[in-house]
Design a protein around this ligand. Structure first.
Ligand code: HEC
Ligand code: HEC
Ligand code: HEC
Ligand code: HEC
Ligand code: HEC
Ligand code: HEC
Length: 505
């Protein structure tokens, strides 16, 4: 009996008392406090149902950090205490703890410790799972670094992919890209905190995951699209804001002979033909060299005659395999150019076409340089008020135009990040940026003297064009392009993008 009693006292004296030190005590308070904080925060997060990125950071990153720090402190305190006692020779402290299951106290301690450890690991697993989900969420990517991601996040919300999570394009499924992106993400968090991030964020993203593993998880590259109609409504910069409509049948086509004729724009799909290229600039806008490998293995190289690639650059250049993103580089972060945004607002009645010169003025006001959004908004409203002061126009229409131009500005211009349509060229099309003409400018020629097609009907046929009702008279056989204003035949020899910038003109 007495033996048992003294044993108990000894083990009681040994095991818990190691924790009786200041460091462990602080750790215990910290761990207990943050444990309750985490529990409360998770409960709030689950029951409130409102996604809030700041709350997420607190719940899944900061509070668990304190919890773990607390637990570590308890351990460190115990170790320090143990070392101190060994040095002072206070009692016999063996190198390792002695566990004896014949003693009821050890059995009890073991069971309790086991259950606690199990619960802790379970909670950690659930917590990490929630943390993982949180760092994958649109709120985390788009809203936490508010100014940095504001342009991308805002443009994304108005895009066809507004329901697709950032990570589905930027990371994709699987562990390796998850790790890669979280590692570079850690650096980005640092750059944000240290305020060293570039403005604007450069594009293209250097090592974006190949489209096969992101876009093609939803879009089926073998699908045959056939032709799709596009109706583009324009307005001139004259007093009457004369309308001009262009209706195009885009030959989107496909790349799989089993589902349709191989041809059209999606001929580049890499199913039957492989297209590779070398770009000489970071933004991949200058492409002097293109190589096509057909399904039969036939190789053709096209080189630019107007801008040849010098052999030295050729040696060290990176050859890139063309995929979806080489054309669809703005599937989600679409910054509308002023002319397009104003055209759209006018064609949908959000800006009245009765306001004289509104197309011209709206485009000019949006294109001007501003230091802040606030400055832009006040400049827009002051200018419109001044312009229509003496005009017999409906003041409500002026107000509406003002609001709409302000909205367009806020959705597409981010002076704090130096972002607007000019810094992110869109590669689909050729009217405002080089786009398809990076290769299809008629200057890229094979050794046999064949050029990459520049034929106006290779990619689309114009089935209607003109002002008002004229555009509704469809010509299924296709029309010869008529430039809306007289520039003689200049459009044949000068690329549209050399005159058209999307801003003024
Ligand atoms: C439909 C796919 C898709 C979705 C969804 C998407 N992105 Fe992107 N993102 C892209 C592509 C493609 C690029 C351009 C890559 C290139 O040119 O290399 C890009 C570029 C970026 C860039 C670089 C700067 C720029 O504008 O080119 C940032 C930053 C970015 N995305 C953030 C986000 C955030 C934040 C979200 C979620 C709110 C998001 N993205 C959702 C496809 C997507
Ligand atoms: C998670 C699924 C998903 C992923 C990943 C995805 N998309 Fe989409 N995409 C969609 C859906 C759904 C639509 C149709 C949206 C609609 O019509 O409202 C769409 C529409 C499009 C369109 C037509 C847009 C238009 O203006 O009508 C293009 C082009 C496109 N996606 C390209 C891409 C590219 C390029 C990528 C990879 C960077 C990509 N998508 C990744 C689901 C996805
Ligand atoms: C050579 C450039 C090019 C490549 C490469 C390309 N596309 Fe396209 N795609 C286009 C063009 C041009 C259109 C028509 C755009 C328009 O009129 O708005 C289009 C249209 C689409 C559409 C909309 C179809 C419709 O009926 O409206 C989807 C979806 C799409 N592409 C997805 C993809 C995916 C996914 C990939 C990669 C597997 C891809 N594209 C590769 C140029 C390309
Ligand atoms: C990196 C260079 C490159 C870019 C960029 C490019 N193409 Fe091509 N494209 C080619 C080559 C090379 C061919 C094959 C030669 C030919 O048919 O003239 C081709 C062929 C085509 C064809 C003919 C396919 C057939 O039926 O035989 C169409 C249509 C086409 N491209 C549309 C587009 C469109 C639209 C864009 C822009 C969205 C675009 N291309 C961008 C290189 C490019
Ligand atoms: C390599 C393919 C290709 C070739 C060649 C090509 N285009 Fe286009 N074109 C496009 C694409 C892609 C668009 C964008 C369609 C869209 O989404 O609105 C476009 C758009 C247009 C538009 C509509 C512009 C607008 O803002 O409404 C016109 C007009 C046009 N092209 C005329 C021409 C003329 C004229 C030629 C011959 C000199 C030509 N295209 C050659 C691919 C091509
Ligand atoms: C030599 C310069 C020049 C070239 C090249 C040129 N344009 Fe234009 N374009 C103009 C001018 C100037 C206007 C009148 C602008 C206005 O009234 O807003 C105009 C107006 C237009 C408009 C109607 C107004 C608008 O901007 O919405 C369209 C559409 C258009 N051009 C398409 C094209 C296409 C497509 C090409 C290439 C095939 C092209 N242009 C080539 C100078 C040019």
């Amino acid at each position: 009996m007495s033996e048992n009693g003294s044993e108990d006292a000894a083990s009681r004296g040994r095991l818990p008392s190691l924790l009786e030190n200041w460091i462990s005590l602080v750790g215990m308070i910290l761990a207990a406090a943050s444990f309750f904080a985490v529990a409360a925060l998770i409960a709030m997060d689950v029951f409130s149902g409102l996604p809030n990125p700041y709350m997420g950071i607190l719940t899944y990153l900061v509070a668990p950090g304190f919890l773990i720090a607390g637990l570590l402190l308890i351990l460190v305190g115990a170790l320090v205490e143990r070392r101190r006692r060994r040095r002072l020779g206070e009692g016999e402290i063996p190198r390792h703890p002695i566990i004896d299951f014949n003693r009821p106290r050890h059995r009890r301690t073991f069971v309790v410790a086991g259950v606690v450890t199990f619960l802790f690991f379970l909670a950690t697993a659930v917590g990490s799972y929630r943390t993982y989900h949180f760092t994958e969420s649109v709120e985390f990517c788009g809203q936490t670094c508010h100014t940095v991601m504001e342009p991308e996040f805002t443009a994304y919300q108005g895009s066809p992919h507004a329901r697709v999570a950032c990570v589905q394009c930027h990371i994709g499924p699987g562990a390796d890209w998850f790790v890669k992106s979280k590692l570079s993400g850690a650096y980005q968090v640092y750059a944000t905190l240290a305020n060293t991030y570039p403005r604007p964020i450069p594009t293209p993203i250097e090592n974006l995951r190949p489209a096969q593993e992101t876009c093609e998880q939803c879009h089926w590259p073998r699908k045959f699209f056939g032709n799709a109609e596009r109706v583009n409504q324009h307005f001139f910069s004259d007093e009457a804001n004369t309308p001009w409509t262009i209706r195009l049948l885009m030959k989107i086509g496909g790349g799989d002979p089993e589902l349709g004729r191989v041809g059209g724009i999606h001929w580049h799909m890499n199913i039957n033909n492989k297209v590779e290229y070398i770009a000489t600039d970071e933004e991949r806008q200058v492409i002097p060299w293109v190589r096509v490998t057909s399904s039969e293995g036939e190789v053709t190289v096209y080189q630019s005659e107007s801008n040849p690639l010098d052999p030295d650059t050729m040696e060290e250049a990176e050859i890139r395999l063309m995929d979806c993103i080489d054309c669809h580089n703005r599937p989600s972060h679409i910054y509308d150019p002023p002319s397009r945004a104003v055209n759209l607002a006018m064609s949908t009645g959000r800006i009245s076409t009765d306001l004289p010169f509104i197309k011209k003025m709206g485009t000019e006001l949006l294109t001007a340089e501003y230091r802040t959004t606030q400055e832009a908004l006040s400049s827009i409203s002051d200018s419109l008020t001044a312009a229509y002061e003496d005009d017999p126009v409906n003041p409500a229409q002026v107000r509406k135009a003002m609001d709409e131009l302000g909205r367009i500005y806020q959705d597409n211009f981010f002076p704090e990040m130096n972002v607007d349509w000019r810094v992110y060229p869109d590669n689909v099309g050729h009217t405002l940026f080089p786009g398809c003409y990076r290769c299809h400018d008629g200057q890229h020629v094979s050794p046999e003297g064949e050029a990459v097609t520049h034929d106006c009907t290779a990619c689309h046929v114009i089935i209607g064009q003109g002002s008002g009702a004229r555009a509704d008279t469809l010509a299924p056989g296709g029309l010869q392009f008529q430039h809306p204003v007289d520039i003689s035949e200049l459009w044949r020899s000068v690329n549209c993008a050399e005159c058209h910038t999307g801003g003024v003109t």
